[in-house]
Design a protein around this ligand. Structure first.
Ligand code: ZN
Length: 273
């Protein structure tokens, strides 16, 4: 029947065309082309931050809702993971609440370890610092811990002192404004070296204590927050004495990849650098 012939011809032509399309069309390229290539598109955070919503999933929730290869998140004042998290972001753009104080502070035994004042740390950091200091004692390293947990108020005094002493701009290079110091987290210590007269200067990094810490602190979960050559990223001058506890896994990753803590955390939370 002519009708069915016409239908058959249409079907054959359609099949030929379809096979041509299949043969000519580069599906690999097509699908590769539809996947967005990695790029940074700065986007605003989709929520406003209030004290009430400083939950631990705040930033993770945000990155979950965007493909990580397409967006990074701008940092806003007061946007925190959780002050109690050992991976909290505290830098010049992320401040801690003035009333934040860790609830599990322990005091270092001044009869066993060289301290210049009462040194307090949160339990997790304290428990990891003890074996590190025991090993430093055993290696006869002449160190002194000059700072641990610092309250918002203490930091305010310290910053005001330095601002008066060297001027506001210069003080900002090495002293954090109140609320912006990792010392308020209770997971950070300053360890000085006798070889450098316990001074906070970059030479400390070349002393035996400085070298030992650089090579070993990560094994106990501590990292330098402000390493050499990373000032543009961290916002702080090189501070070879300033160590923050982030846990052994993260410390190992940072050490292995030659990162600063800032780079690690910004990548971890997908924050725009
Ligand atoms: Zn410090």
């Amino acid at each position: 029947m002519p009708h069915s012939n016409i239908l058959r011809n249409i079907l054959v032509i359609a099949l030929i065309n379809l096979s041509l399309v299949v043969a000519i069309f580069d599906f690999d390229k097509f699908f590769a082309g539809t996947a967005p290539s990695p790029q940074l598109i700065h986007t605003k955070a989709v929520y406003t931050n209030t004290k009430a919503d400083q939950g631990s999933n705040q930033i993770l929730g945000l990155t979950d809702s965007f493909p990580t290869y397409e967006f990074c998140n701008l940092v806003f004042e007061n946007r925190l993971v959780s002050p109690d998290s050992i991976l909290e972001v505290v830098d010049k753009e992320n401040m801690l609440p003035a009333d934040y104080m860790p609830s599990d502070l322990h005091t270092l035994d001044a009869s066993k370890y060289n301290v210049t004042r009462t040194i307090q740390l949160r339990e997790s950091a304290y428990n990891s610092l003890i074996p590190m200091l025991n090993d430093m004692n055993a290696a006869n390293l002449e160190y002194a811990i000059t700072s641990g947990y610092r309250s918002y108020t203490t930091q305010q005094y310290a910053f005001n002192y330095w601002a008066r002493y060297v001027g506001l701009a210069e003080a900002g290079g090495f002293a954090a404004s109140p609320g912006y110091s990792e010392h308020q987290l209770g997971t950070t210590v300053d360890i000085m070296s006798a070889e450098n007269n316990f001074k906070a200067t970059s030479y400390m990094g070349q002393t035996q204590v400085g070298i030992w810490l650089k090579d070993n602190a990560y094994k106990y979960g501590f990292v330098q927050s402000y390493p050499e050559g990373k000032t543009e990223i961290t916002g702080y001058n090189y501070e070879p004495w300033h160590y923050r506890y982030v846990g052994k896994y993260v410390a190992g990753q940072i050490h292995e990849n030659g990162l600063s803590l800032t780079e690690y955390l910004y990548d971890f939370y997908n924050i725009c650098l």
